[in-house]
Design a binder for this molecule. Structure first.
Ligand code: GLP
Length: 278
C-alpha cells in the first residue's frame, strides 16, 4: 500500500518524523530489534530535529535504544578531502548522537579498498535483516533522475550493497549543490545499500520537495515499475508513505493525495509492524 500525502515541506517533515517516531516506539516497546534507515540531504533537514524532539518526549524509550541501530543507507567514497565522511557527520549530528545507547552504522567512505568495504557492509546488512522479528524502517529521498540511495537508473533490483560510480547527472547536480557547478571536487563514487537490502524494509518514508523532484515522482509512480527508475521499486513494496509538496507532486493525479490530517498514523504503523520478513 502506498499512501501519498501532499503538504509543504515544513508540515510534511513533522508528519514524517511523527510516523517514524511512532514506529520506533511501537517496535522497541514490542521488544523488536529495530533497524532505522536514514537518508541525507535537504529533504530531511527539518525532519531530523522534529524526530529528535518527538523521541525526547518519550524518555521511557531510552533504555530500549540498545536494541536500535541507526543505519545510513549510503556514503560518498573519496580518499581525499572530507566528502567521504560527510554523510557520517550529517547523520551523527542530526540523529545518532541524540540517542544514547543506540548503534550507528554507515559504510566507511574513506576505505582504502571500497569494494571490500561494500562487501563487508553487505554481509553486515544481511545478518541484521536475518534477525528474527527485526523491524526495518527507512527514510528515503530521491535524486532528480529517480535514484534511491546511490542506486542509479538501470541498477538491477537484485543488486547487493556495493561500490558504485555516480552518473554524470548526479555529479552535476551535486556540483551545483556543493560547489557552484564546479565538478572537480565532487566525489565520483559511493558505497550504497543495494536494492536487494532496501527491499527488506517494512516501512519506507519517501520525501520529495520542489519542482526538481516532479519528474522523478512521475516516472517512479505513474509508470509501471522499471529498473530504469530506481524509486519505482517502491510500487512493489508493502508499506510506503510518500510526502511531497505541490511542486514535486504536480505531475501526479491530485486525487491520489491526502492531507497530513487525513493520514491515520496508527493504522499505517500497525500495518507496517504486522509485516514479517519480505
Ligand atoms: C543524494 C543521496 C540520496 C538523497 C538525494 C536527495 O543523492 N544519495 O540518498 O535522497 O541525494 O538529496 P536532497 O534531499 O538534498 O534533494
Amino acid at each position: 500500500m502506498i499512501y501519498f500525502v501532499q503538504s509543504p515541506q515544513s508540515e510534511a517533515s513533522i508528519l514524517m518524523a511523527k510516523v517514524y517516531a511512532r514506529a520506533l516506539e511501537k517496535a522497541l516497546k514490542g521488544g523488536r530489534p529495530t533497524f532505522a534507515g536514514t537518508a541525507t540531504g535537504k529533504t530531511f533537514e527539518l525532519a531530523y530535529p522534529a524526530l529528535v524532539n518527538f523521541l525526547k518526549e518519550m524518555p521511557d524509550l531510552e533504555p530500549l535504544y540498545q536494541n536500535l541501530t541507526i543505519a545510513q543507507m549510503d556514503t560518498y567514497w573519496c580518499l581525499e578531502g572530507d566528502m567521504g565522511l560527510q554523510y557520517h557527520r550529517e547523520i551523527s549530528e542530526a540523529l545518532a548522537s541524540h540517542l544514547p545507547g543506540s548503534h550507528f552504522s554507515i559504510p566507511n567512505g574513506r576505505a582504502k579498498d571500497p569494494e571490500k568495504e561494500a562487501d563487508l557492509y553487505a554481509n553486515y546488512l544481511q545478518q541484521m535483516h536475518a534477525r528474527p522479528n527485526e523491524f526495518y524502517i527507512q527514510f528515503a529521498g530521491t535524486g532528480e533522475n529517480g535514484h534511491i540511495a546511490f542506486n542509479e537508473p538501470g541498477t538491477s533490483w537484485e543488486s547487493k550493497t556495493s561500490f558504485v560510480s555516480l552518473t554524470n547527472d548526479t555529479i552535476r547536480v551535486n556540483a551545483t549543490l556543493f560547489k557552484d557547478g564546479d565538478t572537480s571536487g565532487i566525489p565520483k563514487h559511493a558505497i550504497t545499500t543495494g536494492m536487494l537490502e532496501l527491499r527488506k524494509s517494512h516501512l519506507v518514508i519517501l520525501g520529495a520537495f520542489g519542482s526538481r523532484k516532479a519528474e522523478a515522482l512521475y516516472n517512479g509512480f505513474r509508470a509501471s515499475p522499471s529498473e530504469d527508475v530506481p524509486i519505482s521499486i517502491l510500487q512493489e513494496m508493502p508499506c510506503v508513505l510518500v510526502c511531497a509538496d505541490d511542486a514535486a507532486s504536480s505531475k501526479l493525479p491530485p486525487e491520489w493525495f491526502i492531507t497530513p490530517e487525513q493520514l491515520d498514523i496508527d493504522e499505517l504503523v500497525k500495518s507496517a509492524l504486522s509485516l514479517r520478513g519480505s
